[in-house]
Design a protein around this ligand. Structure first.
Ligand code: C5P
Length: 221
């Protein structure tokens, strides 16, 4: 059977990872979370005490790092020089610094290369910010998944905010700031590819979004 690549991009908290994981399951494909890779570089930078705006040091760091992705369902594991950092990359500290690290050209060049290698054999569902527009411009299906910032903050709040004691307004502000940085960076910013399907999930359930994408996907097989 023909195998395709599916790119799912969009702003923070739009539900990309849950949706992408479920779409991958439907097709029997590999789900690859590219945000996890940017988070891993960010974790390494923080541990080394590197200023996240110091591009020269980030360039050196990313050249020396060994990032391992082990696709898995329900959890993709990520390794930093052999250490399982799957949990560590979800910290608040990493979340607050990742967009600055992701703006560095050397970081983007290296991670995009890894991502293209992972997708070379087809049969992947990859989520991120620049997958359809930059990393996999010839992906057979591209989706740009959005939702209102209020809705995205609320979802994130239900996921972590409640437990970690972070107020809803704080989450909303942080999400809006991360979007702004991702949209405004010079190298491969967050943007909808011209040929991406625009899907607003504000009033849709996860299952409805997954169904819509899976139906589009089937038309490409
Ligand atoms: O998807 P997630 O929210 O974990 O991504 C974390 C950050 O990594 C994003 O806010 C963005 O700065 C960066 N990123 C990126 N390009 C991608 C995926 C993530 O710049 N393809």
């Amino acid at each position: 059977a023909k195998r395709i690549n599916i790119a799912i991009d969009g702003p923070a908290g739009a539900g990309k990872s849950t949706v992408a994981r479920n779409v991958a399951r439907r097709f029997g494909y590999l789900y690859i979370d590219t945000g996890a890779m940017y988070r891993t570089v960010t974790l390494a930078a923080l541990r080394h005490g590197i200023d996240v705006r110091d591009e020269a040091r980030l360039e050196k760091l990313v050249a020396e790092l060994d990032i391992g992705l082990e696709p898995g369902d329900p959890v993709q594991h990520v390794y930093l020089n052999g250490e399982d950092v799957t949990e560590a990359i979800r910290s608040r500290e990493v979340t607050q610094s990742v967009s600055a690290v992701a703006a560095a050209e050397a970081v983007r060049l290296r991670l995009a290369e890894l991502q293209r290698d992972l997708a070379a054999g087809k049969g992947v569902v990859m989520d991120g910010r620049d997958i359809g527009s930059h990393v996999l411009p010839s992906a057979e299906l591209k989706v740009f998944l959005t939702a209102s910032v209020e809705q995205r903050a609320l979802r994130r709040y239900k996921e972590i905010g409640d437990r970690q004691g972070i107020p809803l307004e704080t989450l909303e502000r942080e999400i809006a700031e991360r979007d702004r940085m991702d949209e405004q960076r010079k190298i491969s910013p967050l943007v909808r590819a011209e040929d991406a399907v625009l899907l607003d999930s504000t009033r849709l359930s996860i299952d409805e979004v997954v169904d819509i994408i899976a139906n589009f996907g089937r038309t490409k097989l």
